[in-house]
Write a protein that binds this ligand. Structure first.
Ligand code: AKG
Ligand code: FE2
Length: 309
């Protein structure tokens, strides 16, 4: 999600298999996920192998894959209603940003696409406000879900954030707002629409418009100035679909939301490294508050050790 992964504070306490206290919560997970389509609980199931293989192929080609109908159809209204009940608790900010999330006063030539200023109307409900029995929290903490996501991305390890706010968020985009064009700092993102807007709010992306070796500034500029339609793909996401995305090379946005209904997305933040926690400054910007964990992590980062004072 955005550029939430700002720092690492030590305290690497989660690991995929321990994340739910080592418990096997496969029954809880099977109650949430459509296990006929997505048999996560059985690593030897040919259906699971096929789903993982398709996800890997699509991620390699496009940096994006959607697993439709991931959540059981009979739970879609619960998924929506849980998010809708949380949405008023979102911290709302409007930020002036550019597609690279670098400071707006960075010295750059006039034609550089980072000089195009965009407005992001952001609202996140932080993890500590999301009940532990909410469907998105059950998914986020499930070792089977984590193993499945890691397999789809081809990662040996996957860890929950140690950050008590940023690990799991509900992203609220209200009518009139958008999440403008950007590249992610994170290598990969896992998300799920929980409530569709009436209009707009479409996930649009430009697969691999830049590469590790080339920024392709002219192409990025074309998209930002509405002259790059040839690069743009649009996803028809439905609530309960699981989206896996590599946003570091694929410029993407959520188009402006129209109508009366907010767009809600659960963002599941994981990392290959344990112990990820946001900086004090970024956490305050995104959530309007910080917790002792953020302050302690900043202290550790400054001292470079975890010895007592
Ligand atoms: O809400 C979405 O669907 C996309 C969000 C996104 O691009 C991000 O959080 O970086
Ligand atoms: Fe993004």
């Amino acid at each position: 999600m955005i550029d939430m992964v700002a720092g690492s504070g030590g305290r690497g306490d989660t690991c995929a298999s321990e994340a739910a206290g080592g418990e096997d919560n496969s029954a809880a997970l099977a109650a949430v996920v459509d296990t006929d389509r997505y048999p996560l609980h059985d690593s030897g199931d040919p259906g699971r192998t096929a789903v993982v293989a398709r996800a890997r192929t699509e991620l390699a080609a496009e940096g994006c894959t959607v697993l439709p109908g991931f959540i059981r159809a009979e739970l879609l209204e619960t998924l929506r209603a849980e998010g809708d009940a949380l949405a008023p608790r979102a911290y709302y900010t409007v930020e002036r940003v550019n597609a690279y999330n670098i400071p707006l006063d960075t010295e750059l030539p006039p034609e550089h696409p980072a000089r195009i200023v965009l407005e992001r109307g952001n609202a996140f409900v932080a993890r500590d406000l999301i009940p532990s029995d909410a469907l998105i929290q059950v998914l986020y903490t499930s070792p089977l879900f984590q193993r499945f996501v890691a397999d789809c991305f081809g990662l040996a390890e996957l860890h929950e954030f140690s950050d008590p706010l940023a690990g799991l968020c509900l992203n609220v985009v209200a009518p009139g707002n958008s999440h403008p064009w950007h590249f992610d700092t994170n290598a990969f993102t896992v998300s799920m629409l929980t409530q569709e807007p009436e209009g707009g709010g479409v996930f649009e992306y430009c697969p691999n418009i830049r590469t590790p070796r080339a920024e392709n500034l002219a192409d990025v500029r074309a998209v930002l100035t509405d002259a790059g339609e040839r690069f743009v793909r649009r996803l028809r996401l439905r609530p309960g679909d699981l989206q896996l995305f590599q946003g570091r090379f694929s410029l993407h946005r959520v188009s402006p939301v129209t109508g009366d209904t907010q767009r809600h997305t659960a963002i599941f933040a994981y990392s290959e490294r344990p112990g990820i926690i946001g900086t004090v400054e970024r956490t305050r910007q995104l959530f309007g508050r910080v917790l002792t964990d953020h302050l302690a992590a900043a202290d550790n980062a400054v001292r470079g050790d975890r010895l007592l004072d």
